[in-house]
Write a protein that binds this ligand. Sequence first.
Ligand code: IPT
Length: 356
Amino acid sequence: MKAITLYDVALLAGVSYQTVSRVINDAEHVSARTREKVQQAMAELHYVPNRGAQQLAGKRTRTLGLITTDLALHAPSQVASAVKSRAVEQGASVLISMVEHPQQCQAALQELLAQRVEALLVNVPLDDPHAEQLKALAAPVPVLFLDVSPSAQVNSLVFNAGQGASLGAEHLLSLGHRRIALLSGPASSVSARARLAGWKATLAKAGLEAVAVAHGDWSAASGYEKGHQLLSVSPLPDAILVANDQMALGVMRACDEKGMTIPGQISVVGFDDTADSAWFSPPLTTVRQAFRDAGAQSVEWLLAPTQADRCWQVQLPVTLIARHSSAPCVADRADCEDLAQQLRKLALLAEKIARG
Ligand code: IPT
């Protein structure tokens, strides 16, 4: 079948070729009536504009590229969703490339550049030299990184991992927990390393050390497996800090299988506050990273990047969301009851002495 062209649309709508082109490119100076006539002709002929041809003609594409880590994970998929939503609002489109390993970023970047993206967003955990290398490869196309250390010399928009880690750890300490186990993310992830370091530093300030440390791969399955591992130490931990909510889901299942009630016998604190975490049983206490805001802010920058000599670096704050998976430590409560009983005994004794 012969491909439908702009000329066919123009002929059917009874307008010039240039008018059809102006409608397609959303240009000004087209009356509502003409626009409608052209759109009707396009629909009738099933005409689809050719973006490639538009690009060759030097038009701005308003196409952004997103290189992301595994979208089966809740956090990156929610970031991608937020990016898509804001881009649609701004009349831009987003091409998504998913990589399984950071080493695949370079090929993904080249593929997206070949499709003429105007700017790139990278949500893959990257060490500083790797991020800096990708930035150089993409130049002059601007790149914004979401999962790098603030020390990388690139444009970045990242959540404050240290603040998040200390919020979670301080929350457990304030509830009287002392035997705290840590379930970190993969050692290959910059953010996982930063969260783990933050937890350890906060515990150290309280004169404590973690009773056990394990590393998962962010999935609920790994949370379940490592959760069982952390619950096999003796004496048992009275709380677990988990590097993300998905792993916390698996940890909660492991606690249930061990017959440990959450909260009461053990507290569990996650990280992310992804959309489903309020629906875990019990609802999860966690550290909130506002992914929708981060996605929206990223798109704003990508569509109008700051042209500074220095890097544009933003660190977003995080907040603790206290729900029902954390509560005062039972051991602590037992101690209190003990103390109350001793006080009652003392009072009786004092009464006896007073009576003579
Ligand atoms: C980070 C999430 O906290 C974690 O749950 C996991 O999904 C990870 O991403 C995947 O790389 S968020 C990231 C922007 C630091």
